[in-house]
Design a protein around this ligand. Sequence first.
Ligand code: SF4
Length: 253
Amino acid sequence: MNRLTAVDLHDGLAVETVVYPYGTVCISSQAGCRMACPFCASGRKGLVRSLTAEEMLLQVETAPSAKRVTVSGIGEPLDNFDEVARFIALCPLPVSVTTTASSTELLKKLLLLPHNGVMISIHGGTEEAHKKLVPKAPPLIEIYSALASAWEQMSVRARKRVGLNYLPVAGINDSEEEIELFAQAALKFPESSVHLLSLNKVPNSPFQPVSHARRDEIFQLLRGQGINVRRANAFRRQEKGGCGTLWLKKYID
Ligand code: SF4
């Protein structure tokens, strides 16, 4: 079972952190999030403030047996770039980061830091689908262009640590056309992998996950194109799986 912890901050805020049984701790980089992706609970209250590197380390300390860290909880890490970069430098464990590429210039910088992985939330083959799920992110064409520019400067080892995240949502981005266009874009970064995520339902969200059968079809479609595709594991598919389900807790309303 995942262990969900609300980590208290000095000003009465608390952010949720998830410890997965396989040795990964998922931490938050901000209290709230301005990105307001409509399938996600974490951005519902907007951004309250960014966390310091020390507050990120505090979350890691709640998981003494963790072997690695993912900055995939509440917040857009690029909106707090300096502190996230400082955290990567200070953290004794390998750190991966999940981002919507809210700033393409900072995405390029992040890709060149000594991270253990950068997962970019794409979630669409067309710009229309991408905009529906990540409305405040730059257009896909700009994200891929920034990735291509950093790619030139990255070693093969670093390239293998880049993931393109795809969250299939029923009726939004699960058509053959969407998957085909996404696959064409992903194939331009051949050492990268695709992470096929699962939508965890949050209250009052109109978005529905695709069926298990459709998810398997999408997996096979991507694999059939020669893409290194991985599925979210069972722990991330739990109700408190972390992806999009974490809440900012504010004790001083
Ligand atoms: S998915 Fe990430 S970037 Fe989007 S609102 Fe949630 S925490 Fe923010």
